[in-house]
Design a protein around this ligand. Sequence first.
Ligand SMILES: [Zn+2]
Length: 410
Amino acid sequence: MSDIQRRSPPAHEPRYGGALRALREGNLQRILVAIRNDGGLSQAEVARRTALSPATVSNLVAELKRRGLVRRGERRSDGRTGLEVVIGRASNVVLGVDFGHRHVRVGVAGLNGKLLADEQRLLPLDLGVTESCAEAWAMAERLLAAAGARAADVLHVGVGLPGPIDPVSGRVGWGAILQRWEGLEARSTLREAFGLPVSVENDGNLGALGELHHGAGRGCTDFVYLNLATGVGAGLIIDGRLHRGAAGTAAEIGHITIDPQGPLCRCGNRGCLETMIGSRGILDTLSPSYGQVLDMPAVLRLAEGGDARCRRALAEAGRAVGVVVADLCNLLSPQRIVVAGDLARAGELVLSPLRAMVAERAVPAAARAAEIVPSPLGDRSEMLGAIQLAVDALRGQLTDALVTPTASGR
Ligand SMILES: [Zn+2]
């Protein structure tokens, strides 16, 4: 605020008193936050959300446009044109990077979060951190070229890692599925590797964010994202916001105990959900009876072809997930459970027994309220969440830009 108070008003601005100017800045900020939170609003909608009069909104939106912070966005389905916040130049982009157990997916997007290009590559198991970052950056350079952008156009990188991220220290916590990352201060490591501002988040949380903005979570205030693959990733959206919990470990659903006497889990406990339905668990159970090492695509192919053992293994996995989802329904009463990952690719072979188990075990009203659906984003929800993380980080900076109007994009 001190910058504003010191700043003498330019000749074309009315000479408000200090209190009036503070009120005006406060209202500008309210409008900017409303547009930032729900991009694509019309001026009438902004007026409703901020409880400001249409005339005031019209006046202040003109001011935000003049400062280069807001512009007319794309035409909406109702034919009207919504407003969107502006950061930087039209050529600026963000990157989303999603590191998985054996893959990395990279995406390039405009500052409105719209995906321009993306690519996924397999990585050798247990590849070092430096090598993994180098591979991701090489992919980013190719994608930037494909999107007609340059490295200098990138303003921020959102990164997903398959492990809990401590909200205070930023360290990758215990239980990361990529052991080489465990204990690392991820943000500074990645900032150094990419030479750019970076935000880091657990990949399950990013999946939930991706679904919230682009997938099956749109229009929902409460839903659970589940990624059923080598590990079990998950993210919780509660009351429209990502729920990380005190230690950043909320939604570590893979380590909920299903059978206290069950197989030993990598976390040191027995009978965690992950030991039963993680693809390693399924493959270890099935492979001996086929006399060969199976992979998940082979199991899905065999199951689709009618193989009874593979179909049974997938159905059992669906039921085990259903036990946990029933408890989640009782605990949170979500509107949706969005299922992604290897097991989502099995479709109804997994989802039907999952739904049946939830119907059988959850409080009836909670079970009826929770729609269990496959992710419409395929493998992209976590990468799209990483892009959203970058966009949100920039929009947070925008709010700061308001108090120093001269810093706005021109
Ligand atoms: Zn465990």
